[in-house]
Write a new protein. Structure first.
Length: 180
């Protein structure tokens, strides 16, 4: 695996290093020791799947408040998404900055998203599926979110959502100085 830092500390692109032959390829997609050696959280406790039937489905921007901040390793296993990480850590030099990647079954890329960083995506295809590895259990009372199109962030989405939950579309305006 190759770990490629992004402009946001705590958001890392994870690329496979396939070993190919006439059968296809084999690649390691997760290794506790390699993640730890790269300085990344390597204790992932839970796996989740997000299946989305329609192109234009938007989910996010979600995170969990401390002390249940969660690290996510996100990979598309079917279809494609425009995946966004938004830094909400007050003490971060990249506070309120965002980074986006196209994650697809074809590019097999993953995005490592540190605690205190909100996450969301919009599907670029029908039948898009994401596989999440998480560092902590879901704690409903610590679940938080910010609005996907809040002007405080200026996220450049590739399209307007066609499908979005009432909750995700109605978070209040973000006030600068808020902390995750």
């Amino acid at each position: 695996m190759r770990f490629e830092p992004t402009k946001i500390h705590g958001v890392v692109r994870v690329e496979l290093e396939p070993i190919t032959d006439d059968r296809g390829f084999f690649a390691r997609a997760w290794c506790r020791e390699e993640f730890a050696a790269a300085g990344l959280v390597s204790d992932l406790l839970q796996c989740n799947i997000s299946y989305n039937t329609r192109l234009g489905t938007l989910r996010g921007m979600h995170y969990q408040a401390d002390p249940h901040g969660e690290v996510k390793l996100v990979r598309a296993t079917r279809g494609a998404v425009y995946d966004v990480a938004l830094d909400l850590r007050l003490d971060s030099p990249t506070y309120l900055q965002w980074h986006a990647e196209e994650l697809s079954a074809d590019n097999r890329r993953a995005l490592y998203i540190g605690a205190g960083i909100a996450h969301g995506f919009i599907t670029l295809t029908d039948d898009a599926e994401l596989f999440y590895q998480m560092s902590t259990q879901y704690v409903a009372e610590k679940s938080r979110g910010v609005r996907w199109n809040d002007p405080a962030f200026g996220i450049d989405w590739p399209a307007e959502p066609i499908v979005i939950s009432d909750r995700d579309g109605s978070y209040p305006d973000f006030a600068a100085g808020e902390q995750a």
